[in-house]
Design a protein around this ligand. Sequence first.
Ligand code: SAM
Length: 249
Amino acid sequence: MTFKIELVNVNLHDFDVRESDLYSYDFFEPYCLQLIDDHIELKNLSKPKSGGVFVDFVNGKLAWRRLHGGGNGQPIAKAVFSKKKEKPSVFDATGGLGRDAFVLASLGCTVTMFERNEIVRILLTDGLRRGYEDPEIGQMLKARLQLSSHRTIMELGDEKMCDVVYLDPMYPKKNSSALVKKDMQAFHDIVGLDLDADKLLVKAMKIARMRVSVKRPKGAEYLANVKSNSFIETKSHRFDIYVPNLLQP
Ligand SMILES: C[S@@+](CC[C@H](N)C(=O)[O-])C[C@H]1O[C@@H](n2cnc3c(N)ncnc32)[C@H](O)[C@@H]1O
């Protein structure tokens, strides 16, 4: 048996959503998007006790990360920009729940997110709305973090249009779901495996002026099997750095 996404107190008119796409996804579990208090959560209706997934740029983990996350010394910062130069414009081509994009924006980058999954777009739009209204971070967020109406960078032309493209596609290893944290299981079920991620690297190399930065699980093969010019490793991840002028995949 499969299910379509259910909407509970969510008004689609508030979102730039392609309705036919929203209902084109089939799931093996009954998922819903539900307005709870001031935010929209993705919930699994068969697991009412487990928490939902929502985007929160203002409180929780991302607030902690903004205030105490290590600033420009964080691996993602080193992977995306050089401390000495001006902060770059970044296309985050795999927006997801906007966590990486938010970290980059709070460090000074101007970030445009692209996200093709309509359910994830609703979560992101809802998180941005609350973030934009926040008295502390609202102005910064409005100036530095946007969701593009283009679902994917693949819809764009081939000319240079940003300094850096950041990529963090789902890692398509079947057994990786065993490693997914419980609270992120719903997100993984909704998005599935990004089996076409290799194409993003090729496109990113065309449109980025300075760098393409790719987040991979540690030990994973290179995206599109193209060796990067350099990389930064953390306990669980590797950021592969490509310099478009030095290498064309
Ligand atoms: C692993 S998640 C990204 C998580 C994100 N970095 C974060 O910090 O929350 C990958 C996301 O990229 C999206 N995605 C994958 N391929 C894409 C493509 N070609 N164009 C647009 N979005 C894509 C997926 O729908 C998914 O939401």
